[in-house]
Design a protein around this ligand. Structure first.
Ligand code: PAF
Length: 277
């Protein structure tokens, strides 16, 4: 991989990286399409990163389908597939036995997902730093769906001085509004239908803000009711209203407020977000 990227740079070509854990859906493909617009060569990395899963999380059952992923990348890239690279390192390549160096973003990782998954973000930042070091991209594309991840990685990119254009691409949704996620494959029909509760809650928040209701307490109460009306067994992990960049909690929706939520639907952890102000 390092030789390949040196050759690409030597030819004066630019590289856009799309880091992924595979199990592709339309959201991933939209990131690849964006990468095609941003640079000459698209490098898609596929690596189910053990370091970002907690001991009780779904590392073992996380969906893996490399053959189908590569076929989808090829179909998306069309003629550009000839110059594209899919990088699929093994865990031992990224984390050799004596591995002991971690990249950590301090404050931004303490809230939201970081509060309930204490080692998650250090796994994400470490693997992405390693992928940046190996692939030397000019542009990196991440999805808005994993919003906190996108903000944390943006800070890491800036703080470590990577000369990389950082792009956050919009969330791609199913026709009913459910954000695309590799974990949606876990659902049976009922659970899949009820999973739309996150989107309904976010839409209800948006309507309340439009109607002039800015109190986070009031909006949160309504969102909880919407979630439970759509999915009576849902476990709401958090509903948070924060500043878009600092991720600091706000009491009133204002310019730059984003609402993020995490809900367990039939045992599957889903996250979503929407800009409200
Ligand atoms: O969003 C993901 O798929 C992963 O967290 C990432 C960024 C590829 C790091 O493993």
């Amino acid at each position: 991989m390092q030789t390949a990227v040196r050759q690409i740079a030597g030819r004066g070509k630019t590289i856009a990286i799309v880091p992924t854990m595979g199990a592709f859906h339309k959201g991933h493909l939209s990131l690849i399409r964006r990468a095609m617009k941003e640079a000459d060569v698209v490098v898609t990395t596929i690596f189910v990163n053990p370091a970002q899963f907690g001991p009780k999380e779904d590392l073992g059952k996380y969906p893996r389908d490399l053959k189908a992923d590569i076929a989808q990348i090829k179909a998306t890239l069309g003629r550009r597939a000839r110059s594209a690279i899919v990088f699929t390192p093994k865990a031992a390549d990224i984390y050799p036995e004596d591995f002991e160096t971690w990249v950590m973003v301090e404050k931004l990782t303490k809230t939201l997902e970081g509060a309930k998954r204490p080692t998650h973000f250090r796994g994400v930042t470490t693997v992405v730093a390693k992928l940046f070091n190996i692939c030397r991209p000019d542009v990196a594309i991440f999805g808005m769906k994993d919003y906190q991840q996108a903000i944390v990685l943006k800070r890491m990119t800036k703080d470590l001085g990577y000369p990389i254009k950082y792009v956050i691409a919009p969330t791609v949704r199913e026709p009913d509004g459910l954000a695309m996620s590799s974990r949606n494959r876990y659902f049976d029909d009922t659970a899949r239908w009820e999973a739309v509760c996150l989107y309904y809650a976010l839409e209800s928040a948006k309507s309340m803000v439009k109607a002039g209701i800015l109190s986070v307490k009031r909006i949160e109460k309504e969102m909880q009711a919407v979630i439970l009306a759509t999915c009576p067994t849902a476990e709401i992990v958090y509903i948070a209203f924060t500043d878009l960049d600092s991720l600091e909690l706000v009491k009133k929706v204002q310019r730059g407020t984003i609402c993020s939520l995490s809900v367990k639907v039939h045992g599957v952890s889903l996250i979503d977000n929407m800009k409200l102000g």
